[in-house]
Ligand binder design. Sequence first.
Ligand SMILES: Cc1cc2nc3c(=O)[nH]c(=O)nc-3n(C[C@H](O)[C@H](O)[C@H](O)COP(=O)(O)OP(=O)(O)OC[C@H]3O[C@@H](n4cnc5c(N)ncnc54)[C@H](O)[C@@H]3O)c2cc1C
Length: 388
Amino acid sequence: MADRSFLDWPFFDESHRRLAAELDEWCGSELHEHDEADVDAECRTLVRKLGQAGWLRYCVPAAYGGVHERLDVRSLALIRETLARHSGLADFAFAMQGLGSGTITLLGTEEQKRAYLPAVAQGEKIAAFALTDPGSGSDVANMETRVEEADGGYAVNGAKTYISNGGIADYYVLFARTGEAPGAKGISAFVVDAGTSGLSIAERIRVIAPHPLATLRFDDMRLPASALIGERGKGFAAAMATLDIFRTTVGAAALGFARRALDEATARAMTRRLGNATLADNPITQSKLAEMVLDVDTSALLVYRAAWLRDVKGQRNSREAALAKLHATDSAQSVIDKAVQIFGGLGVTHGVPVESLYREIRALRIYEGASEVQKVVIARAHLSEFAP
Ligand SMILES: Cc1cc2nc3c(=O)[nH]c(=O)nc-3n(C[C@H](O)[C@H](O)[C@H](O)COP(=O)(O)OP(=O)(O)OC[C@H]3O[C@@H](n4cnc5c(N)ncnc54)[C@H](O)[C@@H]3O)c2cc1C
């Protein structure tokens, strides 16, 4: 049974405790083992189910069918932690609805908000966030996908890769170079419907924990002027503002995976008998369990501190979100690895939860800013405190 005592921490109010309990119960009855061979169909079903049950309403503001007036990061994080504890794919389906609509929520026109946000909240439109260029990867400011003015609108040429929900999304929030200035100040954001002529799926990408993922190509793709989100040249800032919200929740998903691994390992250690004792009686196993508990608790403190800072203090939380993502994802990897070790041969056997957790956790240390990029963010924030 996963530790629930953290819900009494001062970061939360009664609505958060209720949300965590209700979602946990829903997950127990509604989420089942999924078919890794057909993640597209599984993902579509999960988005519909999460929408019908009302959980996706947390991804959009109340004025567009959501729950809170503005996105409540503590709720998003609690939902991701809980879903991840039950199913990595359910967490993915939820997360992408939030990430793929976040830029519209923050900066979209009234028309864009009405066209996309209610459908995202109901699970009727599948969302995606297309930031990564094949050539520039982590160096987002130097992306090459190019937008030029054409016929009163825009023409787009280039590619985006490792795009979650690529191939099944109904629309993409696209970041591309409009060229107002070199680097970060020459990027703008657009909303692109999946059927837009000139947009194609160049390649589907298979990763160690299967999710819908693709490389998109843009060949003279035409967009109307109304596709622009926010101001021209402010797309990089828009992407970073969106990531500030969702980076904390990547940490929350890692925390959910780690808690599940700790629960599984504890149950196994208490029942596996070797000689006259259980594994849990062995001091070396106890040391592993203690380190796992420490990693889970420190991750939870960092994740919910970052969420609380933004929700309650209304502060920009780039530093705290980076700390939460860095620590929660790196330490979840270590927790899950220890769980696999406690399970022995069974731990690397298909169908055993710690085996799939071992695959699920890896990409979280790479996407939405690799661990090294989080260190850059943290060090810059730290050093700026000391600048004369
Ligand atoms: C499963 C999955 C889902 C994804 N979903 C999306 C999505 O929905 N939308 C989207 O836009 N992108 C998505 N991505 C892309 C992801 O954001 C990129 O993979 C990530 O930004 C790293 O870029 P890259 O793969 O090109 O690696 P590179 O940029 O080539 O980096 C390789 C490695 O270099 C190191 N490194 C990078 N920068 C620095 C630095 N400044 N200092 C020190 N070391 C550094 C890191 O170890 C990094 O892992 C996804 C990726 C994966 C794996």
